[in-house]
Design a protein around this ligand. Structure first.
Ligand SMILES: [Ca+2]
Ligand SMILES: [Ca+2]
Ligand SMILES: [Ca+2]
Ligand SMILES: [Ca+2]
Length: 463
């Protein structure tokens, strides 16, 4: 191929050479700038997302750490109380600051469903579904024959259905069959397996378990949960029942109680001497021997003819049972009206008398001695085997929030203070039920208000 004439191509090549710096470089530079700017934007966005995510992770960890702290707080405050309730002064439970965050321990106000109260709940203030009689269960609000009989059959060892009850032959024919437990319940939620028990019956309308009537719990079927829109919170039976209440058959100081039905004369004399003067002792010991067997310690008080002053120092030192563990006794010092109404033979006036008769003094309010003054002899005798003055299991409905309001956690725990140190015997995560307190708290924290300031603005509530 002949070479091209030099003249012919020298002109356009020169022109191309001149054009390059003017156009292409500029365009390339602009593209580069655009691409770089885009990359910076993408990177900045990624960094922002990353920073937000890190802050959320940090907040979640803070909320978890606060929850852990709250659980330790409960354990520490129920230790060494020898069956007494922790007091509001000893154990503040509203907006307790931990680091930058805080926790609350919620409890329902039995007389007001528009506000929360704070503190632990005494499980011995409730009816124990593992020991309650059919009659006691039937006294609970809205209780029906089949619900109560279902509980009896669920926990009893046999497979003979009580009238209206249900045993394995019923449960094994369900679309998803299962066995009847025929053993004590281990959690309150287990009631949902029992014939007839539903979330509505057990948990009522309080879907977010904060003890307060929220808007969606009072709008009928507009928003979950379904409710009756009557302006009152049905809290369900969960508030009145427990499976946890139990105490060792020991005195407050941890000594074995003297069984007044079986101990020898010397043992009886020794224990009675702690409350009875020398000049009365011999007579009382004879009556104590002659009167055997006594149904319970209140029976002993009446039939031996003690005075209230003589009885108070010895009531906690004597027993009529050889059981080491006494399950399901109701603490007359703390029990709800509903739980007291389940005690045998008590009528409304007796329940009123018991509530009115509760001593102010915390030492007196850790025994059942005062019951002999509050009730007639036959009533005191009837309930004497089912009551206690002390509580060892406490439940706590804990809400924790990080200092920036970005993360919260909720749990419900039950602690057992029979052991030293006390232990957590049940824990349920309630975080999915959402923030149960005023939304202002979260909004203020998210807008940067320090926790201290947010807490100071809160109306102070009592236990
Ligand atoms: Ca059974
Ligand atoms: Ca609620
Ligand atoms: Ca509703
Ligand atoms: Ca209602």
């Amino acid at each position: 191929m002949p070479p091209r004439p030099a003249q012919a191509d020298s002109q356009p090549r020169k022109r191309r050479h001149r054009c390059r710096p003017d156009g292409t470089v500029l365009i390339v530079t602009m593209w580069l700038v655009l691409v770089l700017a885009g990359m910076v934007l993408v990177l900045a966005r990624a960094m922002r997302v990353e920073a937000g995510a890190s802050a959320n992770v940090l907040a979640a960890q803070q909320a978890a750490a606060i929850e852990h702290g709250a659980i330790q707080y409960v354990l520490a405050h129920v230790a060494g109380l020898e069956g007494r309730m922790p007091s509001e002064q000893d154990m503040p439970s509203q907006a307790v600051q931990v680091g930058g965050g805080a926790f609350w321990i919620l409890r329902p106000d039995p007389d007001d469903d528009r506000r929360s109260r704070y503190g632990v709940v005494d499980e011995a203030s409730k009816i124990n579904v593992n020991t309650a009689t059919l009659e006691a269960l039937m006294t609970l609000p809205e209780m029906t024959d089949d619900l109560a009989a279902g509980v009896i059959d669920w926990r009893d060892g046999d497979s003979d259905p009580t009238p209206e009850g249900a045993e394995a032959e019923y449960y094994l024919l369900l679309p998803t069959p299962y066995e009847c437990k025929n053993a004590p319940l281990e959690t309150v939620e287990e009631l949902l397996l029992v014939n007839g028990w539903s979330p509505e019956i057990l948990l009522g309308e309080d879907a977010n378990r904060n003890g307060v009537l929220d808007d969606n719990e009072n709008d009928r079927d507009e928003a979950d949960p379904p409710d009756d829109g009557n302006g009152e919170l049905d809290r369900g039976l969960v508030e009145f029942v427990t499976v946890y209440s139990a105490e060792f058959n020991l005195s407050a100081s941890g000594e074995r109680r003297v069984n007044i039905n079986q101990a020898n004369t010397q043992q009886v004399a020794d224990v009675l001497a702690k409350g009875i003067s020398d000049d009365r002792l011999a007579v009382v010991v004879v009556l104590a021997r002659r009167g055997r067997p006594f149904a319970n310690v209140l029976d002993f008080y009446f039939r031996v003819g003690l005075t209230a002053k003589e009885f108070a120092p010895i009531v906690d030192l004597i027993t009529t049972s050889n059981d080491r563990n006494l399950v399901g006794l109701i603490n007359v010092n703390t029990a709800s009206r509903e739980a007291l109404a389940g005690l045998p033979e008590l009528e409304e006036a007796d329940v009123d008398a018991l509530i009115a008769g509760r001593p102010e003094d915390p030492t007196e309010a850790s025994t059942i001695a005062w019951v002999v003054d509050a009730l007639a002899e036959d009533k005191a005798l009837a309930i004497g085997s089912f009551i206690t003055g002390r509580s060892f299991q406490f439940s706590a409905n804990i809400v924790s929030v990080s200092g920036d309001g970005r993360a919260m956690r909720r749990c419900r725990i039950v602690v057992d203070a029979r052991m030293d140190p006390p232990r957590v015997i049940y824990r349920q995560d309630l975080t999915s039920l959402g923030w149960p307190l005023s939304l202002e708290i979260i909004d203020d924290l998210r807008s940067g208000t320090p926790m201290q300031e947010v807490i100071e603005r809160l109306p102070r509530e009592t236990w």
